[in-house]
Every structure is written in structure tokens, then in C-alpha cells.
Design a binder for this molecule. Structure first.
Ligand SMILES: [Zn+2]
Length: 382
């Protein structure tokens, strides 16, 4: 934490923040109670809440808590039976939802280690990271824990973990984007996550002015939490209110896997075209037709450079397409009525979406007895 006046939105960087609310007499912090000899020094604090009109995040402006504040942080809710039951159910649901049994996770800001210990008990092996010494000392009795602020230099294995969780942390931090980016260093490309924060929607709806305090750097609604996650390339699976609407919880997935998938999708293109050539070579001199003169069929014929001399014609049930020619590849289209099916040796189905229906019709309705090929994932004969 730093004490300089913050002008930029902590999520989107927008410099024009609008004042939402001012409180003159807030406590210094809500996490620690004082000894008698500390009273003389303790003073009430002004507090200004601003909103970013771009990403909608509400956040404190100025008079932030001093750096190192969390070194001896003591906030812990785990004394309550209600919270223990809640954490236990959340741990169970998260593991069941993403099938995380037998997998591994890390928790950013594990507090006294209660949630991590529930995750462990339910089969998700979890290491906790906690900057506060008193809380770390409680956590390490229950789970494997590290005593430090979380960042990308944390002694965790890179791209190793199936999941990460962080409860009641993001509302405290100055740079939520950095934490999410650093979490990606340790998370698998298809790893998943859980973030829980207090609900600003609930605070606003129920006149909960007493929920606004200096310990909370920002206030999330489902919309702003979604924005934060999407901005950092996480795919949000669901965001829902939990703990009697006290919190909002997000389940999400690392979207890095999609980039990897895209990379190999384009890398496989040449091989895919090659496999079509192979199929056509295998049936050279035989009679081949393609079924489907829709978008996929026309594109398939064109990008695989299938020529009029390679196949007989294209079949399509749409009577408007009969006797026309495909764009790019210039192949004649015939309707089924104009086709003598059993004179064809191989029908390649390019109308991928209707594949099953077409196969049924070929066999049942048109009594077709020769070979059928489909296109995905690679062209192959059934
Ligand atoms: Zn913003």
C-alpha cells in the first residue's frame, strides 16, 4: 500500500474518477483493536470513495493504508461456526464443479488457513500464501504455507497448478491486474480459479455505510469483478452471491489455453489439406461426390483446392441450389432427385452440422451402399 494520492482507476487506468461519497470520521483500520496506551495517538480518518465511469469500479482515493500494513494483519473470521460451514460448502462446490479432486492449487492470502484446509480435506492439495506473520503461524499448523506477499517470484512451480483461490483479498489490493497476471505464472493454461470479495451491490442496497472502511481499497459488484477477470484473459464461468449475499464469488477459467489451441489450429492447416489430397488420391478414377453446398461445403471445396475434375458434383437438398455452381471451386450442384446414388463410390459430407441426418437419409431414403467420409477432426471414411 502507498499513501500518495491515487488518481488512476486501479483496474482500467482511467484518470477521471468521480467522487461518490465522503466520510469524515472513519476508523484508522478495522483489523486491529487498540491497547489503552495506543488511544492517545489514534485519530479518526477522512475517506473518499470514487467511481470509475469506464469500468465502474468504486475505489478509495487518497489517505490509503501505509505500506507493510498486512505484515501483522489479524483479521480472521474462522472463529464463527457459520463461516466454517460456509467455507466448507464452498470448498466442496468448487472442487465438484471443476472436478478438482486429486489436483493441486494455491491460495493467495490464505489467512488462518481454514479454507485451504477444507480444500485439502476435500481432495484439492492446496498451498497457502499469507503475508501476515500471525495468520501465517496459524495457517502453517493446518496446511503447507508460505509467509510472503504473493507475486510472480513466489517459490511455487511455474504453470503447474490446476487452480488458484483468493477469498477476501482483492478488495484490499492496489493492483489487482498484477496479482492476476502473476497468478498466471503458476496456473496451468486451462487452470481454473475462485475469487471472493464483499458485494458492493449488497452494501449499497442495504444502507451498509459501515461496510466502507480504509482496509478496503475497492468495492466490487458482479459487473466489475467480471470486467477485472475478462481484462486479464480469464473466462468467467459464473459469478454469484454467497454467504447470505455478503460476498460475490466468481468461478473462472484461464483463457490462455485458447491461445495455445489457436496456435496449433493454424499449425495443423497444411496437414489437414494434405489429408484431403490423400483421400482424393486414394479414390482417383473412382466416382466421388461432396454433400453440402452451404457455407462450410463451399469453403471446404475452395480452400482444399478441389477442382471440377476431382469430383462428380456437389449434392444439396436445397432445390434453389440445383444446377448452380460453387463459388471459388466452380463445381456443379445437384439436388438428390437428380442423383443416382449407387453410381457414386464415395460421398464426402461437408454439411457438418447435418452430418447424422444426411447419413441416415443416404442409407435409409436413398439406399446408398458405398463409402461415406466425414471431415472432422480429419477427413476419414466411416
Ligand atoms: Zn476503471
Amino acid at each position: 500500500m502507498n499513501s500518495k494520492t491515487i488518481q488512476k482507476c486501479i483496474i482500467c487506468g482511467n484518470k477521471k474518477l468521480r467522487v461518490l461519497f465522503k466520510i469524515k470520521n472513519a476508523p484508522f483500520s478495522v483489523s486491529k483493536l487498540l491497547d489503552r496506551d495506543q488511544l492517545a495517538k489514534d485519530k479518526k480518518q477522512p475517506l473518499t470513495l470514487k467511481i470509475c465511469d469506464t469500468c465502474k469500479l468504486s475505489q478509495l482515493a487518497g489517505n490509503l493504508l501505509p505500506s507493510g500494513f498486512y505484515n501483522d494483519y489479524q483479521m480472521s473470521f474462522s472463529y464463527s461456526r457459520m463461516i466454517q460451514t460456509y467455507q466448507q460448502r464452498l470448498a466442496e462446490d468448487f472442487i465438484r464443479y471443476f472436478k478438482l479432486n486429486g489436483k493441486s492449487a494455491f491460495e493467495i492470502g490464505c489467512g488462518d488457513g481454514m479454507f485451504a484446509s477444507f480444500l485439502n480435506r476435500k481432495g484439492l492439495k492446496t498451498v497457502g500464501i499469507e503475508p501476515s506473520v500471525p495468520l501465517y503461524n496459524l495457517a502453517r499448523k493446518k496446511v503447507k504455507a508460505l509467509n510472503q506477499y504473493f507475486n510472480k517470484r513466489a517459490p511455487l512451480k511455474k504453470k503447474h497448478y490446476d487452480a488458484f483461490v483468493s477469498r477476501q483479498v482483492f478488495e484490499h489490493v492496489d493492483d489487482p491486474n498484477k496479482i492476476l497476471q502473476d497468478a498466471k505464472e503458476f496456473l496451468k493454461p486451462a487452470g481454473v480459479g475462485l475469487i471472493e470479495v464483499p458485494s458492493f451491490s449488497t452494501i449499497a442496497s442495504f444502507n451498509r455505510y459501515y461496510d466502507i472502511c480504509r482496509d478496503h481499497r475497492s468495492y466490487y459488484t458482479p459487473v466489475t469483478l467480471q470486467y477485472l477477470l475478462a481484462t486479464n484473459n480469464f473466462q468467467v464461468i459464473k459469478i454469484f452471491h454467497t454467504a447470505h449475499n455478503e460476498y460475490i464469488t466468481a468461478y473462472f477459467k484461464n483463457n490462455e489455453y485458447h491461445q495455445q489451441e489457436l496456435k496449433s489450429f493454424f499449425a495443423r492447416y497444411a496437414g489437414y489439406r494434405q489429408s484431403i489430397k490423400k483421400l482424393l488420391t486414394k479414390y482417383k478414377g473412382k466416382k466421388i461426390a461432396v454433400w453440402g453446398a452451404g457455407g462450410k461445403g463451399v469453403t471446404f471445396l475452395s480452400i482444399c483446392d478441389i477442382r471440377p475434375e476431382d469430383i462428380l458434383f456437389v449434392i444439396d437438398s436445397d432445390t434453389h441450389k440445383g444446377n448452380k455452381y460453387t463459388t471459388g471451386s466452380h463445381i456443379l450442384v445437384k439436388t438428390p432427385a437428380a442423383v443416382e446414388f449407387n453410381s457414386i463410390d464415395l460421398i464426402i459430407i461437408a454439411a457438418v452440422m447435418f452430418q447424422e441426418e444426411i447419413i441416415k437419409d443416404l442409407i435409409g431414403r436413398y439406399k446408398y451402399k458405398n463409402k461415406i467420409a466425414v471431415l472432422s477432426p480429419y477427413p476419414h471414411i466411416l
